[in-house]
Design a protein around this ligand. Structure first.
Ligand code: MG
Length: 349
């Protein structure tokens, strides 16, 4: 089939609940083919990436042949090369992610296969979820036994106490075997990270996430052995297999968290997992319970661990996708519908 139309849309988000990042400036990408199929993808980057898709990328995509995942990989490389002078990381790759995911959805629909089948088939029937958020009692009642807490460094003794209070409360609620993680959103520094690992050692924290910025690869590499057995996790702000190759080469992270709707879609995700396998690094994608990453987790060597955000549970939010899978007793599974198995909620456009 040939691509006949490409359009990115930044949805009219109305409900911006508890966390300002809830919509993550996500864009919808719609791609039509000459045999009547329509594929939908989810990208990042808001109106800036919407403009890239609707101008530069659209011009390059119209008329392209898409009959296999190799065609999608070829198109990915073409768009990467064409946007390289202004791209490589950030907005352009967030735009490319939406295109790549829309092409996977389109191909799946045309071949009547779910995306997990297109990339080799499920090797996990169900994926364990961890929940990210603060409504801990509720999460425990819902059957989750893994949880990630948010913490932002506020300085001094109270900063340490805040982190310890959160982890100790969670450990009390979830019990001794639950996985507990701490996401600090680049708010610590080298010394704070080491001191936190000392103070929190008795709580058996699984990972510290985004302790430093993605530009601090050397420092994170040094931290790994100093905070072990706690893992240094990160990667939601890194892009493409090239970015993760650099993380691998500098041995910077114990666990990688690419965001499939930002880092370059399924094509980049598959390549990132290949590199991770070579280096023996576990991968647990950011927002892994959303279908865009879930199909990759199910069909690849990613960890059996998907992130489910509390905004899906506790607050009113804008529904962009209909028929998204939801976890039961802390486990989630994608459907066997063609493509990603979700439909666009047209009301939000
Ligand atoms: Mg994070």
């Amino acid at each position: 089939m040939k691509i006949t139309e490409v359009k990115a849309i930044y949805p009219k988000y109305k409900k911006i609940p508890v966390s300002w990042r809830t919509n993550f400036w996500q864009i919808v990408v719609r791609i039509e083919s000459d045999n009547g199929y329509v594929g939908f993808g989810f990208g990042g980057g808001g109106i800036a990436s919407e403009a890239i898709v609707n101008s530069h990328f659209r011009d390059l995509l119209i008329g392209q042949q898409v009959d296999s995942i190799f065609d999608i990989q070829r198109i990915w490389d073409m768009l990467y090369d064409a946007s390289l002078p202004y791209g490589r990381k950030g907005i352009a790759i967030m735009a490319l992610s939406g295109v790549d995911l829309a092409l996977y959805d389109l191909l799946g629909k045309a071949l009547k296969e779910p995306v997990h089948q297109l990339i080799g088939g499920k090797i996990k029937d169900e994926v364990d979820c961890y929940v990210t958020g603060s409504d801990l009692e509720n999460f425990f009642k819902l059957g989750f036994n893994a949880c990630k807490l948010s913490h932002r460094w506020s300085g001094g003794e109270s900063g340490f106490e805040d982190a310890e209070q959160k982890i100790s409360t969670a450990r009390g609620i979830f019990g001794k075997d639950a996985k507990l993680m701490l996401d600090v959103y680049m708010s610590w520094d080298f010394d704070v990270t080491i001191e936190m690992s000392r103070r929190l050692s008795k709580y058996n924290v699984f990972w510290f996430e985004d302790v430093l910025t993605p530009d601090d690869l050397g420092q994170q590499s040094k931290l790994k052995s100093l905070v072990a057995p706690i893992l240094i996790a990160g990667g939601e702000h890194e892009f493409t297999h090239h970015g993760f190759q650099a993380i691998a080469d500098s041995d910077a992270l114990d666990l990688w968290q690419p965001d499939i709707t930002w880092c370059g879609g399924i094509t980049a995700g598959v390549r990132i997992v290949e590199i991770a396998n070579q280096f023996g690094v576990p991968v647990s994608p950011h927002r892994g319970a959303e279908v865009w990453a879930l199909h990759l987790i199910e069909a690849s060597d990613c960890l059996n661990l998907a992130e489910y955000h509390q905004d899906h549970i506790v607050s009113e939010r804008d529904e962009v996708w209909i028929q998204e899978p939801v976890p039961t007793d802390g486990k989630i599974s994608s459907s066997s519908e063609p493509g990603f198995g979700v439909e666009l909620n047209e009301k939000i456009l």
